[in-house]
Ligand binder design. Structure first.
Ligand code: ADP
Length: 397
């Protein structure tokens, strides 16, 4: 069976076609600027030249229709007909408390996705738009939802409850959910394979460090804790998100800067983090470069970034009572040699010792701990699409 993996953002559609007989990827692509003048479709049939199509797309249905046309195109397509697609898997950011696993999409499931619009206003509406566009165009196949929150639903109340009046949990479901779950799931399972132990017997700390960033502590096959909370704003310092701060700063700055709630939301999500602190960029490559050429604010931003990560490693070591391995993944985790080295420096008391020569590597699955390190340090490129394709295949067959 071939599976179409779809990830819809507010103005983008990312897709992959995966052949489940050997899990090979046949094509990857991205439609950008959906609903905005200047839509482009970048399509890469694996092993052939990339194709760029410029054609305005008013909405996700039009964008998806173009994707399906491209997939069966005689010249650069990868399918003879759409009948070869046996199922479609959709990334959905928020499944609330409803889903601890992937599910076949029914009207009931769509209602739960819609019920989460309130708590995931930027992500769930475009996710649902993508699902409905695909269902309209491919009504004869099963569609599966794979939730970013699902893996973290294995967390217990000790880590998902906030110390707020209990009724806000009962009434509004204010609690910690966690995100990037599909990535934490994939890399923690790969880590168990690299450790050569059953997943259920491992204690693993995963660091998904991209523009958005989160960590998870995994034990006994379950998430014990994760750094993102009610929304992706909580936790680590990110490209443009503040991560953990004293919540009183929000009221203080709303008053001082005359912001309303929506402006404050944007301030802490889009103008803070490495961008706000360094004044250079949200991209860590730029911040590293600026710091290396003497920019003091960039160096402070990096020090705050490392410090927060070290703090979470210590926190999770305590919650897990030690761990077998740390796993670095996503754009920063897979590629940023200096960042990994600085995060792991001076953690030998916790049994974490990096071999800095081995660490000089990008985007490869490798153990970069010293021989005598009690804790292994893995770099594992994430593959959320493969998890989506596998779950979709397993539910559809
Ligand atoms: P997201 O999916 O959250 O947008 P990614 O996981 O693709 O992010 O990561 C993108 C980020 O990875 C970039 O913003 C950049 O900061 C970082 N990055 C990529 N390569 C490097 C590198 N060689 N050194 C430092 N940072 C890097």
């Amino acid at each position: 069976m071939k599976v179409l993996v779809v990830n819809c953002g507010s103005s983008s559609i990312k897709y992959q076609v995966v052949d489940m007989t050997d899990e090979s990827v046949l094509a990857v692509g991205l439609v950008d600027r959906v609903g905005i003048p200047g839509t482009t479709l970048k399509h890469e049939p694996i092993g052939k030249d990339e194709v760029l199509i410029k054609k305005d797309m008013p909405d996700h249905t039009a964008g998806m229709k173009l994707v399906l046309e491209v997939l069966i195109n005689e010249e650069y397509g990868v399918l003879k007909s759409m009948d070869e697609i046996g199922a479609a898997g959709h990334r959905v950011v928020h499944g609330g408390e409803g889903f601890a696993e992937s599910v076949i999409i029914t009207d009931e499931v769509k209602k739960v996705i819609k019920d989460c619009f309130d708590i995931a206003p930027l992500h769930n509406p475009p996710n649902l738009m993508g699902i409905e566009a695909c269902q309209e165009l491919m009504s004869n196949i099963p569609h599966v939802a794979v939730f970013d929150t699902a893996f973290h639903q294995t967390m217990g109340p000790a880590n998902y409850m906030y110390a707020l009046p209990y009724e806000v949990y009962e009434k509004y479901r204010v609690r910690r959910y966690g995100f990037h779950g599909t990535s934490h799931f994939y890399v923690s399972h790969r880590a168990a394979e690299m450790l050569g132990k059953p997943f259920e017997e491992c204690k693993i700390i995963t660091l998904h460090l991209g523009n958005g960033a989160s960590m998870a502590a995994v034990k006994g096959g379950k998430v014990v804790d994760t750094s993102m909370g009610f929304t992706p704003l909580e936790g680590l310092v990110m490209g443009t998100r503040s991560g953990d701060i004293d919540p009183a700063i929000v009221f203080f700055l709303m008053e001082k800067l005359g912001m309303d709630a929506s402006e404050a939301n944007s301030y802490f999500n889009k103008k803070s983090g490495m961008l706000g602190l360094s004044g250079v960029s949200n991209d860590l490559r730029d911040v590293l470069e600026a710091a290396a050429s003497g920019n003091e604010r960039a160096q402070i931003a990096l020090d705050v970034y490392y410090n927060k990560l070290k703090g979470y490693i210590g926190n999770y070591m305590a919650k897990l009572n030690g761990c077998d391995c740390l796993v670095f993944t996503a754009g920063v985790g897979e590629n940023a040699i200096d960042i990994r080295e600085n995060v792991c420096a001076d953690l030998d008391y916790l049994g974490i010792k990096m071999d800095v020569a081995k660490n000089k590597v990008r985007g490869k699955e490798v153990d970069v701990a010293t021989e005598d390190s009690k804790v292994r340090i893995f770099i594992i490129p994430t593959n959320e699409e493969l998890v989506i394709a596998r779950d979709t295949y397993n539910l559809a067959k």
